[in-house]
Design a protein around this ligand. Structure first.
Ligand SMILES: CC(C)(COP(=O)(O)OP(=O)(O)OC[C@H]1O[C@@H](n2cnc3c(N)ncnc32)[C@H](O)[C@@H]1OP(=O)(O)O)[C@@H](O)C(=O)NCCC(=O)NCCS
Length: 174
């Protein structure tokens, strides 16, 4: 970890962060850029630097951004997710983790854990947030194993016929 600088994103981190996110969409997640879901990636400055309750963290190595993690101030979208999840995680009091992506050659060195730790600290220190929620596609190798090291599953929505093998989790804040 001493080879890495982990910090809240600065304006000159945004191009590198976008590159990590887009590469992850195509290489790991397999669905590429989806305009209806990825507006924050196109304008991360607006999404994360100009919003009082949203943040982006990056890890840099050799002057390159190699990992990202973001918090957005909103719950899950209904649809596609079940309505009861929106009741449990309303927009006004929910922090949601997004874009927890680490370039393949930098994985298993604790980077995602450290980035998410920063995000948890931020959510804990912001009085409006009562819950920290996320969902993940369990068909991506390592994704669910990683999240189970930090949070608890609140809804397992996997089914063979589904395009995304979605699992919803919460990381305790208090
Ligand atoms: C999932 C991901 C973010 C993990 O990043 P990382 O920096 O390698 O994670 P860490 O090194 O902090 O791992 C912490 C723990 O999570 C678990 N874990 C992480 N990756 C794992 C894997 N591929 N298989 C099994 N367990 C894994 C382990 O318990 C690990 O601890 P250990 O290395 O001491 O055994 C990374 O693999 C990634 O970017 N994947 C593609 C994008 C993605 O699916 N992101 C998450 C969903 S939004």
């Amino acid at each position: 970890m001493s080879d890495y600088v982990v910090r809240e994103a600065l304006p000159h981190d945004l191009a590198g962060a976008r590159s990590v996110m887009l590469d992850t969409f195509y290489t790991d997640l397999g669905y590429g850029y989806l305009p209806e879901h990825h507006d924050d990636v196109i304008d991360p400055g607006r999404a994360y630097l100009c919003h009082p309750r949203q943040r982006l963290w990056v890890a840099r190595h050799d002057d390159q951004v190699v990992a990202t993690t973001a918090i957005r101030a909103r719950g899950p979208r209904i649809p596609p997710h079940p309505a009861w999840l929106a009741d449990r995680y309303p927009d006004h009091s929910t922090a949601q983790l997004f874009r927890v992506y680490v370039r393949a050659e930098h994985r298993r060195r604790g980077l995602a854990t450290e980035l998410v730790r920063r995000a948890i600290d931020f959510a804990r220190g912001t009085t409006v947030f009562e819950r920290l929620y996320l969902h993940t596609d369990a068909s991506v190798p390592g994704a669910l194993d990683f999240w189970k090291s930090l949070g608890v599953i609140v809804h397992d929505d996997r089914a063979p016929e589904r395009r995304f093998q979605t699992v919803h989790l919460e990381i305790p804040l208090r």
